[in-house]
Design a protein around this ligand. Structure first.
Ligand code: ZN
Length: 486
């Protein structure tokens, strides 16, 4: 964090656009899918041909409300669409259908950890539906530009925070939480690289204690959470220096230039009246019934904070493990399914296996826990084999689970095929332990001289001699007995 004059206070608000995870676009039946060849997912409606009419996508409305409810917004009974007029090559209609004075969701909040270490609620002023614009492409060194309208009219939710953030780090934490919550709600993928989450940043500065806000500057389309932080830090310093040297901050839109690590002026900031908003005449005002909102609310899963609290509180899972388990809903859902199937098993042990053998594979392959070809049923079966002392935990991790992933065979079959059954037969282990003691005079001598750790080397040798099949706790017990006998 860059240091700045502490008599000043930054004031930050974020406007985040997320693409909603619908199958089709907001007002037509064209596919909402990323990565298709340019201009292959378009029709008369989303390219703004004369005489066409928009039809609202109910699933988009549903996902937008689901996201709003996850952000603790309320949903007013009436919602309406408006035309936001501006001219740009990627906007064939000459206007965007958006929402002006009657947005779908209002008055929510998102809890984040403040810089002072205390939880703080960042207000969400509104979260409204609108359609995306197309994309202009400027091929390098060519004298022309291209337009791709596949993105045109994809449903967006614009989530506007209050001016409640006070540092770049807080803004970053807000974005992390927002992404986490929206992904849990399955409202959006929130993948910045695919453009399904985009962020505009509003920054102003004021003297500490001044009740009035300073003039704000908007930084557009910053392309990563890290760069949101950098752009905010740059603006805080720039504005404070400007004010201190007797200048005034001008209300404007700026652009973040990654390579230069700086923002540069793009244009003076538009006011709402510059867009000549007026009600969309081709769509009615919609009435959102309580029954519809309640039905959408019932689709929301248990949210990450609640799950984390349950794992740490009722299940005694460590905070670090709980954080990793709830970071993605697929991982948490996987763990919850294991808990359900593995009644009577130690939740901490189950968590270790989910993190060590499922999430690790998911990360390695770049997939989600739900797509790892190891079902919770199978994992629980393996953990039961460990809990019942049929196989050692080490054999489960290092041999059995990798073999299941590789061959798809059942745990029971592989335990036999690989000869993984743990030896818990006292006689067999005693015989091996006696040999190990005879062959390791040095470790035995050290143990007798009071070096307790030396027993670990002896247990290790018993494990090795048994090809990893001895029950390690029993091996330790038997070694101690034999050594005590002299
Ligand atoms: Zn279309």
């Amino acid at each position: 964090m860059t240091a700045y004059d502490p008599t000043f206070e930054p004031v930050i608000g974020l406007e985040v656009h997320v693409q909603l995870a619908t199958r089709t676009k907001l007002f037509c039946g064209c596919a909402n899918a990323y990565g298709a060849e340019a201009n292959t997912q378009i029709c008369q409606v989303c390219t703004g041909q004369p005489g066409v009419l928009p039809v609202l996508n109910e699933q988009a409305l549903r996902l937008a409300i689901r996201a709003g409810l996850a952000l603790h917004c309320s949903v007013p009974e009436k919602t309406k669409f408006d035309r936001k007029n501006y001219f740009y090559p990627d906007l064939p209609k000459g206007y965007q259908i958006s929402q002006f004075d009657q947005p779908l969701n209002v008055g929510g909040g998102l809890e984040i950890l403040g810089d002072d270490g205390a939880l703080r609620t960042i207000s969400i002023v509104r979260a409204h539906l609108e359609e995306d614009a197309g994309k202009t492409i400027h091929p390098d060194g060519m004298g022309f530009s291209l337009v791709d309208l596949n993105r045109s009219s994809i449903p967006l939710l614009e989530i506007v925070s209050g001016p409640d953030l006070r540092s770049a780090a807080e803004a970053h934490r807000y974005l992390d939480r927002l992404k986490n919550v929206l992904r849990y709600a399955r409202a959006s993928e929130c993948d910045m690289e695919k453009g399904s989450l985009r962020c505009d940043v509003n920054v102003s500065v004021r003297r500490k204690g001044d009740p009035k806000f300073g003039t704000r500057v908007e930084v557009k389309n910053v392309n990563s959470f890290k760069n949101v932080e950098r752009a905010i830090e740059f603006e805080i310093l720039r504005q404070i220096e400007l004010v201190k040297s007797g200048g005034t901050v001008v209300q404007q839109t700026r652009q973040w230039r990654d390579a230069e690590g700086a923002t540069v002026a793009m244009r003076s900031k538009e006011e709402a009246h510059d867009y000549r908003y007026f009600p969309e005449p081709d769509l009615p005002t919609f009435t959102i019934t309580r029954a519809f909102v309640d039905a959408v609310r019932a689709e929301l899963p248990e949210m990450p904070d609640a799950r984390r609290a349950r794992y740490v509180g009722a299940l005694s899972v460590s905070e670090a493990a709980a954080d990793t388990l709830v970071a993605e809903r697929d991982t948490a859902d996987y763990y919850d399914r294991c808990l359900e199937l593995g009644k009577g098993l130690d939740p901490k042990e189950l968590a270790n296996f989910v993190l060590g053998s499922v999430l690790a594979v998911a990360n390695e392959r770049g997939i989600s826990a739900a797509d790892v070809p190891l079902r919770p049923e199978t994992l629980v079966e393996v953990v039961r084999l460990v809990a019942g002392n049929t196989i050692s935990s080490q054999a489960a991790r290092m041999k059995l689970l990798p073999a299941i992933l590789e061959t798809g065979k059942s745990a029971a079959v592989l335990v036999k095929e690989l000869g993984l059954e743990q030896v818990s037969d006292r006689g067999a282990i005693e015989a091996i332990a006696a040999e190990v003691i005879a062959a390791n005079a040095k470790a035995v001598g050290e143990f007798r001289a009071g070096k307790d750790n030396a027993i670990n080397a002896l247990v290790g040798n018993v494990m090795k001699a048994s090809k990893g099949k001895a029950n390690p706790n029993l091996a330790r017990e038997i070694l101690l007995e034999l050594l005590a006998r002299g």
